[in-house]
Design a protein around this ligand. Structure first.
Ligand code: SAM
Length: 268
């Protein structure tokens, strides 16, 4: 059944609070599913909604487990996913013990609820079993995730995600493709896990990135002096060692340079 008709039959009205902007175009849905997964993959979807993306993922031959916070969608999903081999968990993905799922290696594919975009990404980003994360996000967030150092969009989110692997925008999706239509355009971002930072160094990397972007107008050395127990002279020495310019700003450092900085700060 077509999306609007299905929602109508079940007397379902979308909730803004849960970020319910659904997709219905079959071509777009199978393209997004293929952006993120292939036959035989174990896929975790966040926010099944009316089950349209879930069905496209099942159609690929993926093994899908999907979260959905809104119990009102249970009858809708029972109908739209009838006969599909899929597990729907009616729970808040942010509070669920993911290790209890015993998924093994898995991929996340989701049209995310935008009110929790970044928390959901960070919920999975450092999980050792994650292979890739393919998520629909607000266009501006996608641009920030994929931004290169030295551009205005580059920030803590870019540096943190790019430390964990390769990111790219797989497609841009105009607001008119959703029902109901949101106030923003969107894009699908894919992260393939290939960390450039060791697990052991990760806490130091996160701390260095957070410090570097704490005050964007300050030099990196000034931000480091404020966040660590080191003198300005020491901070300038470290920054010079990492990028050759002691008055550089955080946004000019590539993720690889942040790895080097984290190593030096760990020893400082
Ligand atoms: N996958 C569907 C699609 O593409 O049409 C729905 C996507 S819609 C943007 C996001 C979905 O996430 C909604 O169905 C919403 O109820 C659900 N959701 C919101 N917060 C959630 C949470 N904390 N845990 C699980 N699901 C959530």
């Amino acid at each position: 059944m077509e999306l609007k008709a299905l929602l109508k039959v079940h007397n379902f009205s979308c909730s803004k609070r849960y970020g319910q902007n659904f997709l219905s175009d079959p071509q777009l849905l199978s393209a997004i599913a293929s952006d993120g997964a292939q036959e035989g993959d174990t896929v975790l979807e966040v926010g099944a909604g009316a089950g349209t993306l879930t069905r496209a993922l099942c159609g690929l031959g993926a093994h899908v487990t999907a979260f959905e916070i809104d119990e009102r969608l249970r009858p809708v999903l029972n109908e739209s996913l009838a006969g599909e081999d899929v597990e729907i968990i009616y729970a808040d993905v942010m509070n669920y013990d993911l290790s209890s799922l015993e998924l093994g290696k898995y991929r996340v594919v989701a049209n995310l609820p935008y009110y929790i975009t970044t928390p959901v990404i960070f919920r999975f980003l450092y999980d050792e079993n994650l292979l890739s994360l393919t998520v629909m996000v607000q266009k501006e967030v996608a641009d920030r995730i994929c931004a290169k150092e030295g551009t205005p969009e580059y920030g803590a989110l870019s540096a943190q995600m790019q430390a964990m692997g390769n990111v790219r925008i797989t497609r841009r999706v105009p607001r008119g493709m959703f029902f109901p239509s949101p106030d923003v355009d969107s894009a699908v971002v894919r992260l393939d896990i290939a960390p450039i930072c060791s697990r052991e160094l990760l806490p130091h990397y996160k701390r260095a990135v957070a410090a570097a972007f704490a005050m964007r107008r300050k030099t990196l050395a000034n931000n480091l002096t404020a966040a660590y127990s080191i003198t300005k002279q020491k901070a300038e020495e470290l920054v010079r060692e990492v990028c050759g310019n002691c008055s550089a700003r955080g946004e000019t450092l590539s993720p690889a340079c942040f790895v080097r900085l984290a190593e030096l700060l760990k020893e400082a």
